[in-house]
Design a protein around this ligand. Structure first.
Ligand code: NAD
Length: 252
């Protein structure tokens, strides 16, 4: 244990990929972790992984599009561990790929509700609790799709641009109250989400690797390292930032 983030951390989308790696990293750093996911099996597996290495975690099944579930997930942090110090609002979906002219309303609503409304509802519930605790840090998962366009992904790109905007707005509003708010913008990271995209369109993933100066995909642990750093005291003057972690994909 490094003791870098030894408080109470809530991580959504923690039943898989980036969220699971970050929940495990928080626990390894000494935090008590509230593991949130809509996927019960995945969430419970993350808790077992944490407990197997001597860490402390509790699973809450919550759908981040549902206000009542969001209230419940934050209440569990308070009831189980006495408060909240860090929140990683990370649950997200990629939706289906199609040109904007052919996007369905159901895909638009599902992606915007999960990726954008989910982050808004989460922060709305988390911020007062962080303030009560004397301050804390929030990290929202945006994406390189929050900073540039990708054809055929209009709802996803719009949702992630929205996450960057919500992050800046919350940072402007609450940093003076001791709540720092940042985003992390991953490039293409090897998670089940990307495995699904690879099945659909293997050439696109290969093209991404070819266009990445680091010449590989990222690992979930590399996003976990960035997110937990943003939450740590080492990032005490960092707020409103959207930190790109993409092996250089967006630099040229
Ligand atoms: P993943 O599919 O492996 O994990 C996402 C998790 O979120 C799953 O466990 C899923 O059950 C959960 N989830 C989905 N909808 C939910 C809801 N409504 N309520 C609660 N939980 C829900 O994906 P990942 O790659 O780990 O993605 C995590 C985040 O990172 C997402 O926001 C994604 O957009 C973002 N991201 C991923 C990549 C990448 O290349 N993998 C790149 C940039 C951004």
């Amino acid at each position: 244990m490094t003791g870098r983030n030894n408080g109470v951390a809530l991580v959504s989308g923690a039943g898989s990929g980036i969220g699971r790696a970050t929940a495990k990293r928080f626990a390894a750093d000494g935090a008590q972790v509230v593991v949130v996911d809509i996927d019960v099996e995945g969430g419970q597996e993350t808790v077992s992984d944490i407990e197997a290495t001597g860490g402390e975690a509790t699973f809450v099944r919550a759908d981040v599009t549902d206000e009542n579930d969001i209230e419940e997930m934050v209440a569990v942090a308070v009831d189980s561990y006495g408060g909240l110090d860090y929140a990683f609002n990370n649950a997200g979906i990629e939706g289906t790929e199609a040109p904007a002219s052919e996007q369905s309303m159901s895909n638009w609503e599902q992606v915007i509700d999960t990726n954008l409304k989910g982050v808004f509802l989460s922060m709305r519930e988390e911020i007062p609790v962080l303030m009560e605790n004397g301050g804390g840090a929030i990290v929202n998962t945006a994406s390189i799709a929050g900073l540039r366009g990708f054809r055929n992904l209009s709802p996803y790109v719009a949702s992630k641009h929205g996450v960057v905007g919500l992050t800046r707005t919350a940072a402007a509003g609450f940093s003076g109250d001791g709540v720092r708010v940042n985003a992390v913008c991953p490039g293409v990271i090897e998670t089940p989400m990307v495995a699904r995209s690879r099945e659909e369109n293997p050439e696109a993933i290969e093209a991404t690797v070819a266009a990445t100066p680091a010449d590989r995909l990222g690992q979930p642990e590399e996003i976990a390292a960035a997110a937990t750093w943003l939450c740590s005291g080492d990032a005490s003057f960092v707020t409103g930032e959207s930190l790109v972690v993409d092996g250089g994909f967006t630099v040229e």
